[in-house]
Design a protein around this ligand. Structure first.
Ligand SMILES: CC(C)(COP(=O)(O)OP(=O)(O)OC[C@H]1O[C@@H](n2cnc3c(N)ncnc32)[C@H](O)[C@@H]1OP(=O)(O)O)[C@@H](O)C(=O)NCCC(=O)NCCS
Length: 169
């Protein structure tokens, strides 16, 4: 059975393995370690304790940033990416986030189709943002506005706690 869980150190090697298969210029292991800190939302999709996908997001005040999302190559097109993105949106709604932003390589048609299918729209471009083996490549900026839910007391407390860097449960 598939489930989505918060990252644990024990999953990190598998996450790193997926990253290396999925990204032409993969993040370093130490970048993933950094993202285990409390400022990031780092979750994995598991099938019987095997990691089959992951995402990393960061939330600041009313904006969310999806920093990385990947599904194991042999598990693509089975709805796992959709489930992970739904989790990002659920967390965003919980924390009062109004809009989620992300960057994607302009050549990554697979991911562009995936984001468009999930209601993201292109809102900008960052010139020469990504390294290639030779030269550089533009990033397309996509965003999705979330439903305009008014903030609950819990969300206001969460935003304040982020401002002052402590967490209220
Ligand atoms: C992008 C990615 C996360 C999508 O994950 P996934 O589990 O394969 O996606 P899903 O199965 O949930 O697909 C959802 C929808 O997205 C669209 N989509 C996904 N992959 C697609 C592809 N290769 N071509 C066209 N549309 C695609 C489809 O509309 C799909 O719905 P459908 O299968 O019913 O047609 C995955 O392809 C991946 O890990 N890519 C490599 C890493 C990467 O590029 N990450 C994004 C960096 S910005």
């Amino acid at each position: 059975m598939r489930k989505i869980k918060k990252i644990k150190k024990a999953y990190l090697e598998q996450v790193f393995g997926i990253e290396q298969l999925s990204n032409s210029t993969p993040w370093s292991y130490s970048s993933f370690l950094d993202c285990m800190k409390k400022d990031y939302e780092f979750y994995v999709s598991l099938e019987d304790e095997k990691v089959i996908g992951f995402f990393i997001a960061s939330f600041s005040l009313l904006e969310g940033h999806l920093l990385n999302i990947s599904v194991a190559p042999n598990m693509k097109r089975q709805g796992i990416g959709n489930e992970l993105l739904k989790k990002v949106e659920n967390l965003s709604n919980k924390f009062g986030i109004k809009e989620i932003f992300l960057e994607v390589r302009e050549s990554n048609q697979e991911a562009i189709n995936f984001y468009k299918k999930n209601g993201f729209i292109e809102v900008g471009i960052r010139k020469n943002y990504y390294k290639l083996y030779e030269g550089r490549e533009d990033a397309l900026i996509f965003s999705k506005k979330l439903r305009d839910n008014s903030l609950s007391l819990k969300q206001i407390l969460y935003i304040l706690s982020n401002l002052f860097r402590f967490r209220i449960r």
